[in-house]
Design a protein around this ligand. Sequence first.
Ligand code: SF4
Length: 147
Amino acid sequence: MAKIGIIICARYRNCGGGKCLRAIRERAGGFARYSREETVELVGYSSCGGCPGGNIEYVPEEMKKNGAEVIHLATGLVVGYPPCPRLGAFKELIEKKHGLKVAVGTHPIPLRYFTAHEGLSFWKRGEIAELAGDLMQESRERMAAYD
Ligand code: SF4
């Protein structure tokens, strides 16, 4: 059993989470790390609170009290424009302050976003690509299924 929390970018705060929940079910994108035999329970869902992300200081603690072991930073932080400039800082804070594991990514990157972003010098190389490795390795077919 894996208990997880999801934190989304507040620019998409009205998102209903449909793709994230589908990806949990399909073990796709950031959830490919869990086997299909393992139960994945979502114990928290919130946003960063808006730039500069003040909720990151508090919300993971609430999720932890609810049993969360891993916090998934949503795919929107990676493919929003611009991508969240605080991705690395969020990961470090959650790991060090809250003592929780962090996975960057929820649902697969929709192929049309991947195609639009992959030529951008700041995106495919460097920190984002490194942090969001699970998403970058997803098959193009699966990305297309999330368009
Ligand atoms: S860009 Fe980053 S800090 Fe700003 S709202 Fe989105 S996740 Fe939060």
